[in-house]
Ligand binder design. Structure first.
Ligand SMILES: [Ca+2]
Ligand SMILES: [Ca+2]
Length: 206
């Protein structure tokens, strides 16, 4: 892209950005260009694919869970074409790094709603909890413990008692108790890795 093109892009992204300033947008566009160059010819010049996305989030934020990373990719890739464009990249990172509680509630709900049908089902809670807990647990019968956790979560969060969590259920529960935001497993960068990411990426211009 020409220098003028980049400048116009940065200006327009800065205008639409809720939480990043101009120099931060510039840094993220530079990082985007590096990633596109790494992504070979899949989406030449336009964006990068799932593999590059996963590697990047893995090394930047220590996110390793494939189920979570696949969901995060789908959330970033809003038009569902398998390619992360510069707009999708900046707007996605905005929620991860600077999101308000509202934005994060929406994001975490989308991660946990694995099949995207608008509800977090028992099975989805089970799968998420199993993924995030098994790594730490040496228990020989972990499934029973996880089933218990699912029932506890439903009891606490399923306000309309239909056996699954709607967005309204989830939102209300997290507003009452913020710690429930990542109730079914980590899906946001922890403070330490997001701070070091910002230091590394935004340092150039600040
Ligand atoms: Ca896309
Ligand atoms: Ca679902």
């Amino acid at each position: 892209m020409s220098r003028k093109g980049v400048k116009l892009l940065v200006d327009s992204l800065t205008r639409s950005s809720k939480h990043f300033n101009k120099s931060e947008v510039e840094c993220l566009v530079n990082l985007f260009d590096t990633l596109v160059a790494k992504a070979r010819s899949d989406f030449a010049g336009v964006g990068f694919n799932r593999v590059v996305f996963r590697d990047t989030l893995h090394s930047a934020f220590g996110m390793t869970d494939d189920v979570v990373l696949d969901r995060v990719f789908s959330i970033f890739d809003r038009d569902n074409d398998g390619c992360i464009t510069v707009v999708e990249w900046v707007e996605g990172l905005e929620v991860l790094l600077r999101g308000t509680l509202d934005e994060k509630i929406k994001y975490c709900f989308q991660v946990y709603d694995l099949n995207g049908d608008g509800y977090i089902s028992r099975e989805e809670m089970f799968q998420m909890l199993k993924n995030s807990l098994l790594i730490q647990s040496a228990d020989e019968e972990p499934d029973e413990g996880i089933k218990d956790l699912v029932e506890i979560a439903l009891k606490k969060m399923d306000h309309d008692h239909d056996g699954k969590l709607s967005f309204t259920d989830f939102e209300k529960a997290v507003r009452d108790e913020n710690l429930l935001l990542e109730a079914f497993g980590p899906c946001l960068p922890d403070i330490k890795s997001s701070m070091s990411f910002e230091q590394k990426i935004f340092r150039a211009n600040s």
